[in-house]
Design a protein around this ligand. Structure first.
Ligand code: FAD
Ligand code: SF4
Ligand code: SF4
Length: 625
């Protein structure tokens, strides 16, 4: 069996070396919290060092953070957050100082019924829908939606904040850069950790001036090796540095990363007659498919952040977030507030939904993990930003302690200084409550909702005992999924026609089972391609290797679902001509959905798939997501 080279295409070349004290991978909320806390303890008011660098004696510790995206504000998130950790760092935080931020005011949960009759609903849901419609006159039912009279306490974010993650990152980043005590380098992907035995010694930056396979071309610049006493890994849910460390050191017994979701969102200028107030927070479920959850958060000045989550337990091989997002917006309950609005930005990103069960080894010799990639996201409360921030703060407090005591960053010392803090905090206790909260969804939506309520009410003591399965362990083929709705021969014909046009099949299949055509208005309802152009613009700087790689083309040729094509958030993966999908870096928005959706396990490691998501430059260029 042949395999593409997985060595990042790097030939043996001389690499420049730089030595720093601490190197961070990724600038998201986790690193925001880490650097904000640490930077306050580096220098005295008179400018003299409070702590001393080991690589530059006499100076404060040299701390560098590398961010893959083109700027420090290019993230994708909701965000509604209780902001407990963020407020602890900024006790006088005034949301009006952060663009697009406001306090949470009205929160509600909506059950959306299917107004078009195209979604796949279980018998239980169909009976429930009939009952709701039959009793509509006595229920808070309006525009095909049931306004639940009660928001479960675990979902409530009263007293919290609605934020744009891009704007929040920029706000934090500008304070850090203004203080001048740490360096942040956007547009600088980290290719790999530097591992020596059982120790991480720093990171290697991505080679530049290569062809798409990583081979040097004119202007080749080998990625620099950054050596550091501590490497802080905060590259998010599908970070390539995180996954290489997981491969190197393994996962703790019983832990796994099997549950995922892709979140796709828009930032929208609401129409002038829209009456939604800033601070409005809506959570939805039930439509466009029962498995798909939605959110709508209203910022000041009639701007809203809205989107959907397509989870890994959704038993569909056409799990296209973009088309579903449009049907969700067109739901009558939402559309009456959105009709006439315009798209400001758009994006998608993976969420690590295994939560605490996906927690890797948090520390090792020379490295520490923080944020979503470290299993901090709470899948019961739907909250990841404040948790990521808080793990960053906890690591910073531990690092300050170790630097003050002049102790090295060994596994043992990091356990005592960081992991101990984390274990005794709300991130840990609430994460434990949430640990199995969503397992019930592997038995259907109704069981899933019951499981969440059970975990919430009993603080995680009771749950639905189900073993979470990876998408590839339960996703049927297209023919199996559409059995009874489209004859197998017709499914094959639709797929062949789409492959001949080099497009994914989901649009044609969804049209065929009754999903209405999207009435494009050129403002908010735009084609997928237009969203790539209008929603922030995709950047793919030349001279980098492809970061999505099909490791075993011969296994792609016999793949039953070719789901990577259907899920692709940017239409960057297309059928290709020879049975192996093709990847177009110019369209990739780095959502990471292709890697965990891929239908085929890696022949040497069942925890991996045969699609590899490596470090890459560019992505969606939007500061509002
Ligand atoms: C659509 C959507 C809605 C959400 N809504 C909410 C919400 O309402 N409330 C909430 O609390 N949470 C929400 N979340 C989750 C929340 O966004 C995450 O939990 C949070 O952003 C995690 O922070 P992090 O710092 O761990 O990782 P990230 O925010 O993912 O940051 C990681 C950073 O690392 C960078 N990076 C990755 N690889 C490399 C590399 N090789 N080299 C250099 N840099 C790299 C990335 O570009 C990124 O900037 C939502 C997520 C999505 C996708
Ligand atoms: S990358 Fe995975 S999902 Fe895509 S065709 Fe290959 S095996 Fe199938
Ligand atoms: S190719 Fe890019 S845009 Fe498409 S699913 Fe993979 S990461 Fe997302």
């Amino acid at each position: 069996m042949s395999s593409h080279d997985t060595s990042h295409g790097t030939p043996p070349v001389d690499r420049q070396r730089m030595d720093v004290d601490i190197v961070c991978v990724g600038f998201g909320p986790a690193t925001d919290g880490f650097l904000t806390t640490l930077s306050r303890e580096l220098v005295n008011a008179d400018g003299t060092p409070k702590l001393e660098s080991a690589v530059m004696p006499g100076a404060p510790p040299q701390i560098v953070c590398y961010e893959r995206a083109d700027d420090i504000g290019f993230s994708v998130s909701g965000v509604v957050t209780r902001a407990r950790g963020i407020r602890r760092t900024f006790p006088d935080l005034d949301p009006s100082q952060i663009p697009l931020a406001t306090s949470v005011r009205h929160e509600k949960v909506l059950y959306l019924l299917d107004p078009v009759g195209a979604s796949r609903r279980s018998l239980t849901l169909r009976i429930a829908d009939k009952l709701i419609r039959g009793c509509r006159w006595m229920l808070p039912f309006e525009a095909e939606a049931l306004d639940l009279p009660y928001t479960p306490p675990f979902l409530r974010k009263e007293g919290g904040l609605v934020l744009s993650l891009g704007q929040f990152n920029q706000w934090v980043g500008s304070q850090l850069l203004g203080a001048g005590t740490v360096q942040i380098w956007p547009g600088t992907p980290v290719a790999a950790p530097l591992v020596d035995g059982n120790r991480v010694e720093g990171v290697r930056l991505l080679d530049q001036g290569t062809d798409k396979y990583g081979a040097p071309e004119a202007g080749f610049m080998a990625g620099m090796d950054i050596h550091a006493a501590l490497t802080v890994v905060a590259d998010g849910p599908v970070g390539p540095v995180s996954s290489q460390i997981d491969r190197q050191f393994g996962m703790p017994t019983g832990h796994h990363k099997h549950d995922w979701a892709v979140g796709m969102k828009l930032v929208v200028n609401l129409p002038e007659n829209c009456t939604l107030e800033p601070g409005t927070v809506w959570h939805t479920f039930g439509y466009p498919e029962p498995e798909i959850f939605g959110f709508l958060y209203v910022y000041p000045d009639r701007v809203a952040s809205l989107g959907i989550f397509v989870p890994s337990w959704f038993e569909s091989p056409v799990r296209t977030a973009y088309r579903y997002l449009q049907h969700w917006m067109l739901h009558p309950y939402l559309w009456r507030h959105l009709n006439g609005g315009t798209l400001r930005s758009w994006g998608a990103k993976t969420l690590a939904e295994s939560g605490q069960r996906g927690e890797p080894h948090l520390v090792g010799n020379g490295y520490a993990r923080i944020g979503e990639g470290s299993g901090s996201t709470n899948v019961l409360t739907g909250s990841g930003v404040d948790e990521a921030w808080t793990t960053g703060v906890q690591l910073a407090e531990g690092v300050i302690e170790l630097l003050q005591e002049k102790k090295p960053f060994t596994k043992e010392n990091l356990e005592a200084a960081y992991v101990k803090r984390r274990r005794s905090s709300w991130v840990e206790t609430e994460g434990r409550t949430a640990k199995r909260a969503r397992d019930g969804f592997h038995h259907g939506v109704v069981t899933g909702l019951f499981g969440m309520a059970l975990a919430g009410v009993t603080k995680g003591v009771l749950d639905i005992p189900v073993k979470p399965r990876r998408p590839r362990d339960h996703t049927p083929t297209l023919a199996e999924y559409y059995r009874g709705r489209i004859p197998k021969s017709e499914v094959t014909k639709i797929c062949q026609d789409c492959a001949a046009k080099n497009v994914s099949s989901h649009n044609a299949l969804m049209d065929r089972v009754g999903w209405p055509t999207i009435p494009y208005d050129g403002k908010l309802l735009v084609s997928h391609q237009d969203a790539l152009l209008m929603g922030g613009k995709v950047q793919a700087p030349a001279g980098y290797a492809d970061h999505v790689v099909f490791l075993y083309p011969e296994l792609c040729e016999i793949c039953g679902t070719r789901i990577c094509i259907e899920v692709c958030s940017g239409q960057a993966i297309t059928p290709g001509g020879n049975g192996v999908p093709t990847f177009d870096r110019e369209k990739c928005i780095h959502c990471g959905a292709c890697v965990w959706n891929c239908a085929t396990p890696h022949p040497e490691d069942p925890e991996r798939s045969v699609l590899e998501f490596r470090a890459g430059a560019g992505g969606l260029h939007s500061a509002e997501n």
